[in-house]
Design a protein around this ligand. Structure first.
Ligand code: COA
Length: 181
């Protein structure tokens, strides 16, 4: 069973922590090819400068990346929000990159990251709802999202092709303006 000796701190990713963030995300992409669209090869090839540039572009639209940090263990989790880039979809937030390292799972860190993401999104008056896609077989992540008020509204058939297999994704959304959950 996982345990943590130190408190978990959730904060927004800054430039100084991009190198450990890159390592953690690379680990996520390698270990869970079915949970993320980006391939480890393409992400590994990106420089810290280019990751920084994309982070700034996303921030300019209201997006952000949250990291969970444990003293003495460094970064153990991530969750990001991207915001629509045109006047017609800037009310939509896309949740991506949700990951907690195996040694820190089952301790509520995924929940902490998402609660903070929802809270920050709700304070952005332009945003109306959050969307995400999760592979159908990922029961743990689906339970986590459901417990935080996300509702399933569709199925993206054969959304991903991973290791010779087509995988469908469940589409989920959460209204930020309702008082539910
Ligand atoms: C999905 C994922 C992010 C969940 O992260 P996590 O930190 O383990 O999530 P939580 O700890 O908040 O919740 C997970 C479980 O632990 C339980 N839990 C939370 N806090 C707990 C605590 N203090 N003690 C015991 N159990 C606890 C939760 O009830 C939940 O139980 P359930 O799975 O039976 O519903 C993580 O498993 C992961 O990174 N998976 C691989 C990547 C992935 O699938 N990402 C999602 C892509 S859409």
């Amino acid at each position: 069973m996982n345990t943590l000796q130190a408190p978990v701190i959730i904060s927004t990713l800054d430039e100084a922590r991009l190198p450990p963030y890159k390592s953690l995300r690379l680990r996520a992409l390698k270990d869970h090819p079915d949970a993320f669209l980006e391939t480890p090869e393409s992400f590994a090839a990106r420089s810290v400068e280019s990751i920084n540039e994309r982070m700034r572009e996303s921030q300019a639209r209201g997006g952000f990346t949250l990291v969970a940090e444990v003293s003495g263990r460094g970064l153990v989790g991530t969750a990001s929000l991207a915001v629509g880039s045109t006047p017609k979809d800037s009310h939509r937030g896309l949740v991506w990159g949700v990951y907690v390292a195996p040694e820190a799972r089952g301790l509520g860190i995924g929940q902490l990251l998402l609660r903070e993401l929802i809270d920050r999104s709700a304070h952005n008056s332009t945003l109306r709802n959050l969307h995400l896609a999760v592979v159908q077989s990922n029961d743990r992540a689906r339970r986590l999202y459901t417990s935080l008020g996300f509702r399933e509204y569709g199925l993206d058939l054969d959304a991903l092709y991973v290791n010779g297999e087509f995988l469908s994704e469940v589409l989920m959304a959460r209204n930020l303006r309702s008082t539910e959950v």
